[in-house]
Design a protein around this ligand. Structure first.
Ligand code: PMP
Length: 281
């Protein structure tokens, strides 16, 4: 693997960052992950736009357009040009003496790496999830590198052998530790509205577009934790997760057996077709 760091392409053990980088000291940075599928990044514009918006929200002065020429350099060096891979991009505020307030005139640290990875056509995992109080802060719309809240939430589920940990705030389901959450009831799709309690997932956006194309009604409405058992289906979305059916939520089973059906299955097929259309190969 190769690492891109501030314009240089390096071996991972050569890539070094100052201990005074604010990304290290404060988790003061924004990151992005996108998947190259069939020779092209899926929804690259949307990912890059979200990165720029995140940087603007925390006033890191960096023009993401610069990445248009830098990403191909990394992919060429890593021999991943046109190959299926996941690209990680992280922009931290930079190096400065440790003081909380944003320093002036600081150069951001740009880190990227890509790993060869082919996502399955359809995620056929029958996910088991546990729910937990969403104890994170109130700016979950910011895709920041300080992920301790998400890490702790994910660990809680991992300890129980679960695929994901779903979160609820004041009794309403927000999202999961690294994915968005959807429900289906009477062929209507429900998901938490886009606000400061969730990350505006690109896969979430794709699913909303697919619903519109398929004529499936969507309500961007938060579901109360007690209502979950009344839902017909539930699924998770994310760049890596794609669309994952939830089979078991705490002690509740949405279905028995091992086949994914209903609106979740329709969306999984539509997502597969979208990826095939996106491909340049
Ligand atoms: N919510 C959280 C907290 C996430 O970390 C992610 C990204 N893995 C998502 C939702 C899904 O976002 P996307 O579809 O853009 O990957």
């Amino acid at each position: 693997p190769k690492v891109y760091l501030n314009g240089d392409i390096l071996a991972p053990d050569e890539a070094k960052i100052s201990v005074f980088d604010r990304g290290f000291l404060f988790g003061d940075g924004i990151y992005e992950v996108m998947a190259q599928i069939g020779g092209q990044f899926l929804y690259q514009e949307a990912h890059i736009d979200r990165l720029q918006e995140g940087l603007q929200k925390i006033k890191i002065d960096f023009d993401v357009r610069l990445l248009d020429t830098e990403i191909p350099k990394l992919l060429d060096a890593a021999e991943l040009h046109g190959k299926d891979c996941l690209l990680y991009i992280q922009i931290t505020r930079g190096v400065a003496p440790r003081k909380h307030a944003y320093p002036n005139q600081i150069t951001p640290t740009i880190l990227m790496y890509a790993t060869a990875q082919t996502l399955p056509d359809i995620n056929d995992v029958l996910a088991q999830v546990v729910s937990m109080n969403d104890f994170r802060w109130s700016r979950c719309d910011i895709k920041m590198t300080s992920l301790l809240g998400n890490v702790m939430a994910n660990e809680y589920g991992a300890q129980k052998g679960c695929y994901e940990t779903v979160l609820f705030r004041e009794g309403l389901v927000t999202e999961a530790s690294h994915s968005n959450v959807f429900f289906v009831r009477d062929r209507v799709v429900y998901t938490h509205p886009e606000n400061e309690y969730i990350l505006s997932g690109i896969t979430r956006k794709i699913v909303l577009e697919l619903c519109a194309q398929l004529g499936i009604k969507v309500m961007e409405e938060a579901i109360a934790i007690e209502e979950v058992v009344k839902m017909d289906e539930a699924f998770l979305t994310g760049t890596n997760t794609q669309i994952a059916s939830i089979k078991q939520w705490d002690d509740h089973f949405f279905y028995h057996g091992d086949t994914i059906e209903g609106v979740t299955k329709e969306l999984q097929w539509a997502f597969k077709e979208l990826k095939e259309r996106n491909s340049t190969l």
